[in-house]
Design a protein around this ligand. Structure first.
Ligand code: SF4
Ligand code: SF4
Length: 239
């Protein structure tokens, strides 16, 4: 009989101990999030910093894309689709440009004066027709800043990390889609991109882009507003 009563006592006691923990937690702040409805968990202390160079969502700075299709050709899972319309022979949308990556993360876009585009140490580089942006994910509209077309800037070689040359643009890019639901984040497409306009975001935005519908994971980067489409009637279909 004693044993029977002791068992009841232990049972009730252990339930009360468990309930004490449960009731205490009931009044504590939540540590879980109703994802994807709640996105602001990055502001809380328990999120680690995303390392530089992390392979996140792909982003194409379409203003610098020359439509060479190297990324589309190398993609092992065919998740990039590009269609373009080639301009008549001898015509081009934009001239060759230099993208100067500075050591502090900024980029300056313009045309390097002189024929020699190699940056010699202890030399300075003068760019004309420049515009600038903060980093690889910041978009500029090349057609907008007509008032700054004559701007020049001289940079010392100490400031410069590397220089990328973008060839003249001879395509209207009618479609530049990336299906991130297929992408396996190998990064090959960014490796072959000659203008380095295709990048993988190493920010929270680059890892936090879940969708309920898979079709919403097809990202479209073409910006038709960049073009003066009245010229399109003279264009001929690309191969
Ligand atoms: S990261 Fe790899 S799989 Fe994804 S689009 Fe680029 S080449 Fe294709
Ligand atoms: S490799 Fe780069 S420049 Fe060529 S089509 Fe792809 S994104 Fe554009």
């Amino acid at each position: 009989m004693d044993k029977y009563i002791r068992n009841i006592y232990r049972g009730v006691y252990t339930v009360l101990v468990g309930m004490r923990v449960t009731i205490k937690q009931f009044f504590e702040p939540n540590v879980t999030h109703q994802y994807p409805y709640e996105h602001d968990f990055e502001k809380k202390r328990n999120v680690r910093e995303i390392p530089k160079g992390y392979r996140g969502q792909l982003y194409n700075r379409i203003e610098d894309c020359i439509g060479c299709k190297k990324c589309e050709m190398i993609c092992p899972v065919d998740c990039i689709t590009i269609t373009g319309t080639k301009l008549p022979k001898g015509e081009q949308l934009w001239d060759s440009m230099n993208i100067v990556h500075l050591k502090d993360g900024r980029e300056v876009i313009g045309i390097i004066e002189g024929d020699d585009k190699k940056i010699k140490s202890e030399a300075s580089v003068t760019l004309t027709n420049i515009t600038s942006r903060l980093g690889p994910q910041e978009v500029i509209d090349r057609l907008e800043p007509s008032g700054v077309e004559s701007r020049t800037q001289t940079l010392s070689s100490d400031e410069i990390s590397r220089v990328v040359t973008r060839n003249p643009v001879v395509f209207y890019l009618d479609q530049f889609d990336i299906d991130m639901s297929l992408c396996m984040y190998c990064g090959l497409c960014t490796e072959v991109c000659p203008t380095e306009c295709l990048v993988m975001k190493d920010s929270l935005e680059g890892i936090e882009y879940s969708k309920f519908d898979r079709s919403d994971l097809i990202f479209q980067f073409d910006k038709q507003e960049m073009y003066n489409k009245s010229d399109a009637s003279t264009a001929e279909a690309a191969d």
